[in-house]
Write a protein that binds this ligand. Sequence first.
Ligand SMILES: *Cc1c(COP(=O)(O)O)cnc(C)c1O
Length: 424
Amino acid sequence: MTPEEILAADAAHVWHPYAALPPAVPPYLVESAEGVRLRLADGRELVDGMSSWWAAIHGYRHPVLDAAVTDQVGRMSHVMFGGLTHAPAVELARTLVELAPEGLEHVFLADSGSVSVEVAVKMCLQYQRAVGRPQRRRLGTWRGGYHGDTFHPMSVCDPEGGMHHLWRDVLPRQVFAPMPPADHGSTPDPGYEAVLVEAVERHADELAAVIVEPVVQGTGGMRFHHPHYLRVLREVTRAHDVLLIFDEIATGFGRTGTMFAAEQAGVAPDVMCVGKALTGGYLTLAAALCTAEIARGIRSGGVLAHGPTFMGNPLACAVANASLALLRTENWATQVSRLQRGLRAGLEPLRPLPGVVDVRVLGGIGVVQLDHQVDIPAATAAAVARGVWLRPFRDLIYTMPPYVTDDADLALIAAGIGAAVTAA
Ligand SMILES: *Cc1c(COP(=O)(O)O)cnc(C)c1O
């Protein structure tokens, strides 16, 4: 097909994320990608400021990751996981347990982040039933969160940003505390701490679990809160037999400057979800990790009632193993602190631009917040004209570049964000 035919067929038949059909604005046609660059069909090259939505941390066509996939294709691309097992999945589970906060010992491999959140919730509900607390069926969270697009995860997304009004009669009604203050790097607010404790205590008898994104609320608004609130949640949930789920799907594997964001609080959840960067952006894979206590509880009541067809897909596990090994050999901590320096240097100068209300950087995440909704097609086109791929949303123009982005390309991304701000 010619590029024109591809775009025509795309408009006629293909859904894109959060889009109408045909989409209001046609997508850009990508032909290939290498390193930190996407190559468009018309020959233009764009530095990827989005890591394909937090995932492609090592860049594209990485020789080690390419080899891991090719090697695994030569053995088997997939076999069912019911009654069978294989080295790639077992090795991955063992590595995740090693890397994860203390006490998370058991790994459920799921096929996407949203499904891993579904599984995490199911673990908690089954556990509470098994230990004689079947009335605990609700979830607690704070506003401003994002946990995926399937129905239970949607029920704990921010009620306004998450378009709950569309789903008022469909979604389970969960318990929401106010949004955490955006106070990472300053001092925690004792008033907010009290509100959080009160919300959990008041609903303790009906809460199976509290679920939050630690430190960074991503798609709910790119807000960074003080890790202290995670310690507060850990204490109050433990005191009331409420389980605690950390959704590290966006924050995991070094993005915020620590391997997991939870480390900034020095606490471990009962269940943790990972996804996005897990395979270095090659294949869809996620996981829900839980404690031995939860596994014991579920066992006393039977089995964990979940089993996706493509569970533990060997190709995805093999490339995840290679990606996690690369994190170590390429020293992710040095890479991410370099991103943080480069993004601070590049984005701080945008603060005085008209319409900018905030500039914030944490680890490999840089955010420019405007006082108005971004004109997404105009902002995107302005960045593309500078050779940068960005995907703004709401009032936010932001970047989380691949860890391998060098200083010159970081400066280019910052220039692209500057152009997008001016156009937005
Ligand atoms: C992206 C994301 C999800 C959903 O993951 P999918 O793979 O898109 O289903 C859930 N939680 C958080 C925090 C995310 O960033």
